[in-house]
Write a protein that binds this ligand. Structure first.
Ligand code: UN1
Length: 503
C-alpha cells in the first residue's frame, strides 16, 4: 500500500495517471516533530497543471454524472472498507507528516471512514421533493443535479478527514473533483485518493494538483471550468477565495477561523469542565478551528478552576506523536510556531497573567521539531487581542465573569462564530445558551471540539459564508436543484391563472 516508510517522490494525479508538474518544481513534506525527517517530495504545480486537471475533470463529468448514484456510492463503500483495513498505517503516515498523536490521527482517519460510509448511504437517498401541483393532471417534483467540476482546497490540521468531508458528498452527487491539498500534509490526501482509485473510481473523476496557494490554489479557484469551490483554511485566504469566485458568481463554500469559548458556570461539574478545557484547548496542539482558545469562568469558581486547570496542563506530556505516551505534539511549521510565540508576547504586553508555558519547547530533543509549551494566560479581559484573535496554537485565555448574561456577551463579542460550549447543571441556562450563542455549533457539558459527521458543521460571522459541511447539509452544497413539471392534461394550463374547476 501507498503508506511510505521511505521518502518518495510523488506526482500529480490527473486523468487517471500520475504525472509530473509541467514546471518540474517540487516541495518537501517534512515531519514537524523532527525536521530532519523527509516524508516525501510533492509537485509544485502551476496554472498549466491546473488546466490539465480541470480539463480531465470536465471530460470525466460527462460520464460520471450519468452513473446512477447508488453505483457511485458503491465505490465509496469499498473505499471505506479499505480505510478501515489500513487505518493504523494511515494514522502513522499522518502523525509523521502532521505531528498530532496517533490517538488523534486514528480519529482523523475514523472521521474519513465515517464520512465515506455516510455518503455511500446517501447514494440511495439524495432525496428531492415531490409535491402536488395546483393544476389537475400535472406532476411536480425537484431533483438534485451535480454542479460539475468542484475545486477543493484543504488544510493541514485534518489532512484526511477534511478532504473526505469535501470529496465524498461531491462524488456521490455526481461531481468531479480537482483537489489541492495543504502543502504541509499532502501525503494523507494522496493516501485517501489512492484508496478511491483502488475502489474503482474512473479516470478523471478525482484529480490532485499539489502546490502552494498562490501558484496552484488561486488558478484553481478562478478557473472558468470549475463550477464551485470548497475551501477550509484561514479567514485571510478565505477572502481571496471569495473574491476569486465572486466575479463569475461561482458558488463557494468557506470554512475559516474560530475563537471558540468554553463557559464554566458556578454550578458546573468542575472536574469535567477542567478535563473539557484541557482537551478543547490543547488537543491537536490547539490547531483546530474548533479549539477552545477562550475559557470564561464564573468568579465564584475561578480560582479553583484555574488551579486545577494549570495542574493538568503543566503535566501534559509533549513529544513525538508516534510515542504512545505523548499527549500533545508539535506545531505544524515554523510560521505557526512564530505566530504562537508572537501572541505570547502580545498577551504579556497586554497585561494578561502568564500562568504556565509561554516558550518554545526545546529540551529532551524537542528542538528538532516545532514544539511549543502548552500555555495558559489568566485574568484575560475580553477585548485583549489574545481573547479576540485566532492563534491556532496551544494558548488558552482564561476570562473571569460575574453573571450568566456577562458570559454570553463575552462569548458573542468576537468576529468568529464556529463553536461554543457551556458547562452547567442548570437546564434553564443550558437552553438559553443554546438559543443565544451566535455560533454554528453549541455544546452543553462537552468541549468545543468533537463534531460528528452526520450533522452540519460550520459557523457564523467571519467563520463561514452560510454553507455547512457534513451531514445532508453537504449534499445541499454539492448539488443544485432542478424543478420538474410534467403536464399530462393535453391542454395549456396556466399556473396562477387557470384555477382548477371544482364542479
Ligand atoms: C477543524 O478544526 O477544522 O469538531 C475541524 C472537531 C473535529 C473537526 C475539526 N471533528 O473538532
Amino acid at each position: 500500500m501507498a503508506t511510505s516508510a521511505v521518502p518518495k517522490v510523488h506526482k500529480n494525479y490527473i486523468n487517471g495517471e500520475w504525472v509530473e508538474a509541467r514546471g518540474g518544481r517540487a516541495l518537501e513534506d517534512r515531519n514537524p516533530a523532527n525536521r530532519a525527517e523527509l516524508i516525501g517530495i510533492f509537485p509544485a504545480s502551476t496554472q498549466d497543471d491546473v488546466n490539465d486537471a480541470v480539463d480531465a475533470a470536465k471530460a470525466a463529468f460527462r460520464k460520471w454524472r450519468l452513473v446512477p448514484a447508488p453505483k457511485r456510492a458503491e465505490i465509496l463503500y469499498r473505499a471505506a472498507e479499505t480505510l478501515v483495513k489500513r487505518k493504523e498505517d494511515l494514522a502513522r503516515d499522518m502523525t509523521r507528516e502532521m505531528g498530532k498523536p496517533l490517538s488523534e490521527t486514528r480519529g482523523d482517519v475514523q472521521e474519513a471512514i465515517d464520512m465515506t460510509y455516510y455518503m455511500a448511504g446517501e447514494g440511495r437517498r439524495l432525496s428531492g421533493q415531490t409535491v402536488p401541483s395546483e393544476l389537475p393532471n400535472k406532476f411536480a417534483m425537484s431533483v438534485r443535479e451535480p454542479l460539475g467540476v468542484v475545486g477543493m482546497i484543504t488544510p493541514w490540521n485534518f489532512p484526511m478527514a477534511i478532504p473526505s468531508w469535501k470529496m465524498m458528498p461531491a462524488l456521490v452527487c455526481g461531481n468531479t473533483v480537482v483537489i489541492k491539498p495543504a502543502t504541509d500534509t499532502p501525503l494523507s490526501t494522496y493516501n485517501l485518493v489512492q484508496i478511491l482509485i483502488e475502489a474503482g473510481l474512473p479516470a478523471g473523476v478525482v484529480n490532485i494538483v499539489n502546490g502552494r496557494g498562490p501558484d496552484t490554489g488561486m488558478p484553481l479557484v478562478t478557473h472558468a471550468g470549475v463550477a464551485a469551490v470548497s475551501f477550509t483554511g484561514s479567514t485571510e485566504t478565505g477572502h481571496l477565495v471569495n473574491q476569486g469566485c465572486a466575479t463569475s458568481f461561482k458558488p463557494c463554500h468557506l470554512e475559516m477561523g474560530g475563537k471558540n469559548i468554553i463557559i464554566v458556570m458556578d454550578d458546573a461539574n468542575l472536574e469535567l469542565a477542567v478535563e473539557g478545557a484541557v482537551w478543547g484547548g490543547f488537543g491537536t496542539s490547539g490547531q483546530r478551528c474548533t479549539a477552545a482558545s477562550r475559557v470564561a469562568v464564573h468568579k465564584k469558581v475561578y480560582k479553583e478552576f484555574l488551579d486545577r486547570f494549570a495542574d493538568r496542563v503543566k503535566a501534559l506530556k509533549v513529544g513525538d506523536g508516534l510515542d504512545p505516551e505523548t499527549e500533545m505534539g508539535p506545531l505544524i511549521n515554523q510560521t505557526q510556531l512564530e505566530t504562537v510565540m508572537k501572541y505570547v508576547e502580545i498577551g504579556k504586553a497586554e497585561g494578561a497573567k502568564l500562568v504556565t508555558g509561554g516558550h518554545r519547547a526545546e529540551s529532551g530533543g524537542l528542538a528538532r521539531g516545532w514544539y511549543h509549551e502548552p500555555t495558559i494566560f489568566a485574568d484575560v479581559t475580553p477585548k485583549m487581542r489574545i481573547a479576540q484573535e485566532e492563534i491556532f496554537g496551544p494558548v488558552v485565555a482564561l476570562i473571569p465573569f460575574a453573571s450568566f448574561d456577562e458570559a454570553l456577551e463575552i462569548a458573542d463579542d468576537v468576529a468568529y462564530g464556529l463553536s461554543a460550549s457551556i458547562y452547567t447543571r442548570n437546564v434553564n441556562q443550558a437552553y438559553r445558551a443554546m438559543r443565544d450563542l451566535e455560533t454554528g455549533i453549541v455544546y452543553v457539558n462537552a468541549p468545543t471540539i468533537g463534531a460528528e459527521i452526520q450533522l452540519p458543521f460550520g459557523g457564523t460571522k467571519s467563520t463561514g459564508n452560510g454553507h455547512r459541511e457534513a451531514g445532508t447539509a453537504a449534499i445541499d452544497f454539492y448539488s443544485e436543484w432542478k424543478t420538474l413539471y410534467i403536464d399530462y392534461s393535453d391542454r395549456l394550463q396556466r399556473a396562477q391563472i387557470d384555477t382548477a374547476d371544482l364542479s
